[in-house]
Design a protein. Structure first.
Length: 290
């Protein structure tokens, strides 16, 4: 499977951020292929019709919708080219975290690395128009840089991402006001880094140097689920990725994910989904969204 990497552009500033209107990148989004990227991506659709397969889920694309995509998430676009109008905001995670002097910045944006709630939002037309105007202003500063462009870009990007975060958290009743809960965001970041070799809560309490009760309380307050649930959901996504996108056997996947025996992986999978790995693959191949 192809991994699309962030490429520096001809922008006038040395930022790992870009704004890409559909007339520049439409061809890539009309290809019927499964791929991932090494950057974060927000797609704003003013006009759109079709669907996206993301994280093994089918997301409908309609007018005035927004899609949030995290690094290395597998995706396949199925879009009607007729009347298609969208803008894509892309950026490298480490760059953005450094840009705002906050190593957990992207993890505080609850629409990224999201395991519980939808990875899209429906907006009203007026709000999409506002976002389009902000993105056009960011693009202008990137292309026609001036001495103060860095400050303008920083303020516009910060406003846009935080505004989206507020919209997302209000829609899903998440705890935006508790966004200083560092243990919860650190845990979220660590499971992205270590999920293939660490699947026990104790692994993460040791890394974070907190006890299990404190970690669970922080995660519950911030994400409204237990730490164990968040960890299991992320592990489940990793298993599904291997099942769908690799040619590995269940035994080989179990080895890759540090299960002591293949039976343990199969038992875990059925407990979480209610179906076997074989049934899951059959349903996926038959176009059913498991």
């Amino acid at each position: 499977m192809r991994t699309q990497k962030f490429h520096k552009t001809e922008c006038g500033v040395d930022f790992l951020i870009n704004v890409l209107p559909s007339d520049e990148v439409k061809e890539g989004y009309l290809k019927k292929e499964t791929y991932n990227t090494d950057y974060l991506e927000i797609v704003f659709f003013k006009k759109g019709n079709g669907h996206l397969i993301l994280n093994h889920h089918k997301i409908s694309i309609t007018d005035n919708s927004i899609i949030f995509i995290s690094p290395f998430q597998k995706r396949e676009w199925n879009l009607d080219p007729e009347g298609l109008d969208f803008v894509v905001l892309v950026f490298k995670e480490d760059f953005l975290n450094d840009f705002f002097s906050d190593k957990l910045f992207t993890y505080r944006l609850l629409y990224f690395y999201q395991l519980e709630y939808p990875l899209n939002m429906q907006m009203d037309e007026a709000l999409i128009e506002r976002y389009y105007a902000l993105l056009a202003e960011i693009k202008s500063e990137l292309v026609k840089t001036r001495f103060d462009s860095v400050h303008i870009i920083r303020s516009l990007i910060y406003y846009l991402l935080q505004k989206l975060n507020r919209e997302y958290t209000e829609k899903h009743h998440l705890a935006l006001e508790k966004n200083q809960n560092n243990e919860a965001f650190q845990f979220k970041k660590l499971i992205e880094i270590h999920i293939k070799e660490k699947q026990r809560i104790n692994d993460y309490t040791e890394l974070l140097k907190v006890n299990r009760i404190a970690l669970n309380k922080a995660v519950k307050e911030q994400f409204n689920v237990t730490a164990s649930h968040l960890l299991k959901q992320r592990l489940l996504i990793a298993i599904k990725d291997y099942l769908i996108h690799s040619k590995l056997t269940v035994a080989e996947i179990a080895f890759q994910l540090n299960f002591s025996e293949p039976n343990h992986l199969m038992r875990f999978f059925k407990n979480q989904t209610g179906i076997t790995t074989t049934d899951f693959l059959n349903e996926y191949q038959n176009g059913i969204n498991p």
